[in-house]
Design a protein around this ligand. Structure first.
Ligand code: FES
Ligand SMILES: [Fe+2]
Length: 383
């Protein structure tokens, strides 16, 4: 595990101090899931400092196409410029702070126009026209460009980082794009077939935690467990992302699969989870966006090659995901969140083995060490 934490700096709970060794460590104390102060720190040191997934290049197919979003409680807009460059800005006007754009769409020739006093911006963020400023002393338009945010594109997926001094995407995410493209060739040309939204009554980590471990699969997802072979085909763990390749048995309900059909899962720090189910070409991205300490706005984006959006097998995958796995998981994480808030619980144990087997909770520990590392680095920076 590639984290810089020192054992002495790890938090303690009722069952003891968290350890860098998953075989020895109690789990993250429950206050990390319910404490407003820790949530504020996460916002500052995780969601506003990490590379966060927001969408796909096909969401901005031509000059003027844009979409808005909220990351780390900050309103942002992603827009493709007249020069074909995709940029990201804070979605806020430089005049008096009105939000600029809503939803998604395509801008006309005027560029970005603020709905409050109609300041107009070029698609590259430069202020173009500001009404009645002729008499304003020392008014310099170039000082009022939109504030730009770093972006990175990997396998067609767009990530942004709100920290102007962030570590380059490639540093933590080396090999991520190549890995997706190796198993899903042409992923950068996929388009979104469907976007689903779930308002979950659980901390964002409770939801990501659940995705990160397969220990619960045989119990919570009996159908899924019947079709997953136990031996792992491949496991990759890099600084900020992991990849698991499984193979299926026959009989995935609703899909006619050959034995050994591949099933892929990716996870990237902090809240990107993705999978590709067998039976059709698909990349299902889940983003667990924090929405208060005990709520999570989960977005599920189903990507597929153009022309495949009406493929009945893709619909079968979507239905399986919506009506089975995700429903099963949402009920679990909401229950866990209520339990984490209970006085009857503080810390459990990570169920791991020396081989880091995929059906254990070693990835859960990996994730929690990154949470602690980010918060610790934030505290160090402030000191
Ligand atoms: S706040 Fe945007 S033009 Fe005034
Ligand atoms: Fe699950």
């Amino acid at each position: 595990m590639n984290v810089s934490l020192k054992p002495g700096s790890l938090p303690e709970g009722e069952r003891g101090r968290v350890s860098l060794d998953p075989l020895e460590s109690p789990t993250l104390p429950s206050r990390y899931y319910i404490d407003e102060g820790i949530y504020r720190q996460e916002m500052e040191h995780i969601h506003r400092k990490s590379w966060c997934y927001v969408g796909h290049i096909s969401d901005v197919p031509e000059a003027g196409s844009y979409f808005t979003d909220t990351v780390g409680e900050q309103p942002i807009v992603v827009v493709r410029g007249a020069d074909d460059v995709i940029r990201c800005f804070y979605n806020v006007c430089s005049h008096r702070g009105h939000e600029l754009l809503k939803g998604a769409g395509r801008l006309k020739a005027k560029g970005i126009v603020c709905p409050y006093h109609a300041w107009m911006y070029h698609l590259d963020g430069r202020l173009n026209v500001a009404r009645l400023t002729e008499n304003v002393r020392n008014f310099d338009k170039s000082q009022f460009s939109l504030k730009q945010i770093n972006i990175a594109v990997a396998a067609g997926l767009i990530f942004l980082n709100l920290d102007p001094d962030c570590m380059p995407f490639e540093e933590g995410m080396r090999g991520f794009a190549e890995n997706i493209e190796q198993f899903l060739p042409g992923a950068k040309d996929f388009i979104v077939a469907e976007r689903l939204h779930y308002d979950i009554k659980a901390n964002w980590k409770t939801v990501v935690d659940n995705f990160s471990e397969a220990y619960h699969i045989p119990i919570a997802h009996p159908q899924l467990s019947k079709v997953l072979e136990r031996e792992m085909e491949e496991l990759k763990a890099e600084r900020r992302w992991t990849f698991n390749r499984f193979k299926s048995k026959e009989g995935f309900p609703g899909l006619e699969l050959k034995r050994g059909s591949p099933y892929y899962a990716w996870q990237a720090w902090p809240n990107f989870c993705a999978l590709s189910l067998p039976g059709s070409t698909n990349l299902i991205v889940l983003r667990m966006a924090p929405d208060g300490v005990s709520r999570c706005a989960e977005r599920v984006d189903i990507y597929t090659p153009e022309g495949q959006t009406d493929n009945p097998k893709l619909h079968a995958v979507r239905d399986l995901f919506m009506h089975m796995f995700n429903i099963e998981d949402i009920s679990i994480v909401e229950s866990v969140q209520r339990g984490l808030a209970s006085n009857g619980y503080d810390q459990g144990r990570y169920i791991c083995d020396a081989e880091d087997s995929w059906f254990t909770e070693y990835q859960l520990h990996w994730l929690h060490m990154q949470v602690l590392e980010a918060l610790e680095a934030g505290a160090r920076f402030k000191a």
